[in-house]
Design a protein around this ligand. Sequence first.
Ligand code: CU
Length: 234
Amino acid sequence: MKRFLMTFVLVLAGVAVVAGIGVFSSINQEEPATLVAKKIGTMKTDKGELDHYELKLDVYPNSSDKVPPPRPTSALQGIQLSGQPFYHPSTSLQVPANSVVTIHFTQYDSGGQIYNPYFAKVHGTMDGTMKWNGKDVTEIKPTEVGHTFTVHQYPEANQPYLFLSVPLPMNAGNAKTDKAGYPIDPQKVSITFITGDAGTYVWNCEFPCGDLYQEFGGPMQSRGWMAGTFEVVA
Ligand SMILES: [Cu+2]
């Protein structure tokens, strides 16, 4: 009888833990706070003088005391994705319609070979280039990719076409790092493109940056880590 009671108590404790996780998940089910592009001036383009906006995104190989991890949608996801790379401070991005937008990326992760060299090339920017550590380039070596920032539409989208993809170069494995383990001299990439009419798009990283069987799973498909929304608003 004593043993039966003990088992019963353990089962109850298990149920309580699971219920606790459930509550935790539902509290955390919000989206990451949207990062809204800031106006920095105007720019002359073939489409006339347009408002010019700016966004800044950092890419970290993992969280640390210096940079907290993205907020998971469940306790389980938090455990599964701990130590995985992520975009910071948000993966929910918002830019204005019919404007010039510049995104500055600071990339702190290592990297390697990308399976599809198409994603080592720049697509969809104003003049087909990206600025990498001060130089204009149209592509990088497919063997030296850290992550990509690739914006596209939902397959069934009924809105202006938008496709934008840029490779973010890797840092060398022996790059000097700070106390938190991040390279002191990270890779800096800036891209400038023109938005069309309003639309809702998604973006993700096309570099297999998840580990082991998760290479294309885990952080790659997780909002808050290597995927997010890209809203063009009127
Ligand atoms: Cu990635």
